[in-house]
Design a protein around this ligand. Sequence first.
Ligand code: SAM
Length: 194
Amino acid sequence: MLIVNAVVSGLSLAPSDLVLDLACGNGALSSYLFDKCAGLVGIDISPYLIEIAQKNFARSPNYRFCAEDAVSYLVRAGNASIFTKGLIYGAFQYFARDDGVAMLKALKERFSGVQKVFIGNIPNRRRADRFFGELNPTAAELNDHEARMGVWYLPEEFEALAREAGWHASCSYMPAEFDASKYRFDVTLGRPGS
Ligand SMILES: C[S@@+](CC[C@H](N)C(=O)[O-])C[C@H]1O[C@@H](n2cnc3c(N)ncnc32)[C@H](O)[C@@H]1O
């Protein structure tokens, strides 16, 4: 519920919103948002996880899931303008840096109705020692999107990257009772001036 509250509040989620949930996994988190928005489309690269999402959570036609690479979906989706909010939870770090930037740019330029994007649970590079202890990972390991934890970002570095893609970004941190708050952060993107 801490996660649901952070997402709902970060996105200022409203009953009329149509949410694009990128890298939605098995749809469990998405399903907690169903009664707080008018529709949600979840995209994940794993056909297995999407099958679970479809079986357990989909409520056609408004709450549905699709197996596809998120970057491909963002650059080719024909219905881009219907969405009003975006979510990437616990997943941005598993995209190569260039793909991450491409995703933020496509969301800004093609998904013109998306007013806010919540990007959650990003590993905080400044706090990597709190996770790794004395293991001292190399810079290459901290930058590897295929590693178990994915890419570790500095909060200010993420804000700059989002600015480059045309978004205003602000970082936030989960409450202390959320265990991973010690070494993770969230980012809310908004359109400049809105
Ligand atoms: C840790 S899970 C997070 C799932 C979900 N957002 C949640 O919070 O429960 C990361 C997800 O990213 C998905 N993923 C990784 N690369 C992807 C890609 N290129 N396109 C779409 N999904 C991807 C994985 O399949 C996995 O379901």
